[in-house]
Design a binder for this molecule. Sequence first.
Ligand code: ZN
Length: 197
Amino acid sequence: MSEIDLGQIAKNYAAKKDFEIERIASSNAIGLRPEVYSILENEIKKRNLNPNLLEGAKAQNRKYSRQEIIEYSDFLRSLSCPNCNSKTSKLNGTTQFIIKSFILFTFKEEKRVIACPDCLDKKSNEAILKSLLMGWWGIPSGIISTPFYIFKNLKSKKQNRIGNHNHTLLDFTLSNIGFIESYKNDNDKLRTLINFK
Ligand SMILES: [Zn+2]
């Protein structure tokens, strides 16, 4: 990258608002070129933002072992449940597979939820019920896909009460690793990541 490009990037970053710098560093830094880190670092220091943000940006451009992802996921697991506020059980994840049909149109949705096991079961049941009520009414896609969607919810539901970190939680953790690294000392901010209400 030439000096001119870097100068232009520095100018662009300088013109951004604080929340934009925070968002880029914590959640949008995949593929950020190493030369740009120092520009980002400069903005973070100049504005007196959370210094962990730079580590958050770097965290999105590394590879992780399963064990490392588990350690990051523990920052989320020990939060209180975003649905019922309980701190009794460690949080885990589930994926809701929802299908809705309106005769010729069928909409499919996949949503990851992080919550306590009781609330995860509620969310799985909700996805099953929604798909049961609304999935069938599409020709032919709804009729073909609805049983498959219900099956996928049942499969995900089986993971809601396992004692350790489940697949959805680890997947969610990896997708948000920059944010977790940036705010691992700030539970209020971490809560915003898993809030689904
Ligand atoms: Zn709960």
